[in-house]
Design a protein around this ligand. Structure first.
Ligand code: IFM
Length: 446
């Protein structure tokens, strides 16, 4: 049935936020570019997606949104949407197909893209690694071995030499927890390892990669060096001591491991209790490298998680479904968790370093011709949580909507739609959704 109700507006907008607050939107290379184009090398996501049962319909990022050819149209959408900044990522395998050798065509692509942003008045926010590792490096051990963070430092130098002068902000790694724990302990993402030992080694090597990369950037005089970590509001499933301990441990692995190492140069003691036997040799000496000065700290937030004590091996916690309304990913909609995370980061870890919401959004069962009211409501509630944190003294510098457009949602293939812009994957036609228009109106410049 046709939805004839008036289109909903956001109840907050640019005028409610402090002067200079930036509205941004984000994508990532493998999720949109079309990895088959431009001489990019194979990645461990191509390998993973080809294994039956790992990814819905065995879909991969070979064509994705064909952004490699349609980037100008996509930047026009960002500009017309009144976004101040655009968070994109550089594909390591596009720039260095075997992880080592430079592909000039790949660098040229990002050079054009960054210039295209500046021509349209959009501030480029780069992420160097958003999940696709060159397959050649995966073959050599990937994030299980120290060679990968060391090679990542070299990739950092190559990218920064070419486009660093025009980046307003740069983060080495998007969502280190996903790169390490989700992909090497849970095995849900590429490369699909599933053991405590693999998870722990990756948790250290990914942290080290952040540190080595930030060190290179600082050495080159790069401005705007930051980080982008993901957080979940961890809640005990019940009031028992056992469930509270489960939530605390989950919080340690998910929320505290990386930010504590990056800002304080230590790992959380409670997590180390279980990790210590599997940590790579000499890890203690790396903490000084992992702790680097940060100009800003990025927060990716989507949901809360309820944890119960489990009977299995350490860490043993069990996620338990909660009562709140859920997105198409099955994730609870919990904006108060965002305010909690922001206040806590500011109070315990990041101090005066400006925070930036580097991802927030939802997958929704969008239908063409029907306004995505759920996305507008979700965004509105999370923007209110941002205001709550700002009123409490949190130095919050911006908000990024994930994602500019529907794209490759990893193990879910193209089925889950996170976009402000609808993409028809048959024709590649882009159609802005009601949420895109609502944000554009709310953040129009005076
Ligand atoms: O699509 C992902 C993105 O690549 C990283 N953060 C979470 C998003 C939604 O799952």
């Amino acid at each position: 049935m046709k939805d004839t109700n008036p289109l909903p507006e956001l109840s907050v907008g640019r005028a409610d936020f402090p002067e200079g607050f930036r509205l941004s939107t984000a994508t990532s290379a493998y999720q949109i570019e079309g990895h088959a184009f431009g001489g990019a090398g194979p990645t461990h996501w191509d390998t993973f997606a080809s294994i039956p049962g790992k990814v819905a319909r065995e879909e991969d990022g070979a064509v994705a949104c064909d952004h490699y050819h349609r980037w100008e149209e996509d930047l026009d959408l960002i500009a017309a949407g009144n976004f101040d900044a655009y968070r994109f990522s550089t594909s390591w395998a596009r720039v260095m197909p075997d992880g080592v050798t430079v592909n000039p065509e790949g660098l040229d692509f990002y050079d054009r893209l960054v210039d295209g942003m500046l021509e349209r008045g959009i501030a480029p926010m780069g992420t160097l690694y958003h999940w696709e590792l060159p397959e050649a490096l995966n073959q050599r051990g990937g994030w299980l071995v120290r060679e990968t963070p060391e090679r990542f430092a070299e990739f950092t130098r190559v990218v920064a030499e070419r486009i660093g002068d025009r980046l307003h902000a740069v983060a080495p790694i998007n969502e280190p927890w996903c790169v390490a724990w989700l992909s090497h302990y849970h095995g849900f993402h590429a490369p699909g390892h599933a053991s405590l030992e693999a998870g722990v080694r990756a948790m250290h090597h990914v942290a080290l990669a952040h540190g080595l990369s930030a060190e290179v950037l600082h050495g080159m005089g790069q401005r705007g060096v930051g980080a982008a970590c993901n957080f979940e509001y961890a809640l005990p499933a019940s009031d028992t001591d056992a469930d509270r301990a489960a939530a605390r441990l989950y919080d340690g692995i998910y929320n505290r491991w990386f930010v504590q190492a990056m800002t304080q140069g230590t790992y959380p003691e409670d997590v180390l209790e279980g990790f210590a036997p599997h940590m790579p040799e000499g890890w203690e000496a790396d903490l000084a490298t992992i702790r680097q000065p940060l100009d800003w700290f990025g927060v990716n937030y989507y949901t809360c998680q309820r944890l119960a004590a489990g009977a299995g091996d350490w860490p043993g916690y069990q996620p338990v479904p909660g009562p709140l309304p859920k997105t198409a990913m099955g994730w609870e909609i919990c904006p108060e968790g965002l305010a909690y995370i922001l206040k806590r980061l500011h109070g315990e870890f990041t101090g005066d370093v400006p925070l930036f919401i580097t991802e927030n959004g939802l997958a929704n069962a969008d239908q063409p011709g029907r306004p995505d009211r759920e996305r507008i409501a979700y965004t509105d509630a999370h923007l209110h949580a941002c205001l709550d944190a700002i009123r409490a003294g949190v130095p919050l510098a911006g908000y990024t909507a994930w994602s500019l457009m529907d794209n490759y949602e990893w193990t879910f293939g193209y089925e889950k739609r996170f976009g402000l812009v609808h993409v028809d994957f048959e024709t590649q036609e882009r159609t802005p959704k009601a949420s895109y228009h609502a944000l554009a109106r709310a953040f129009a410049r005076a």
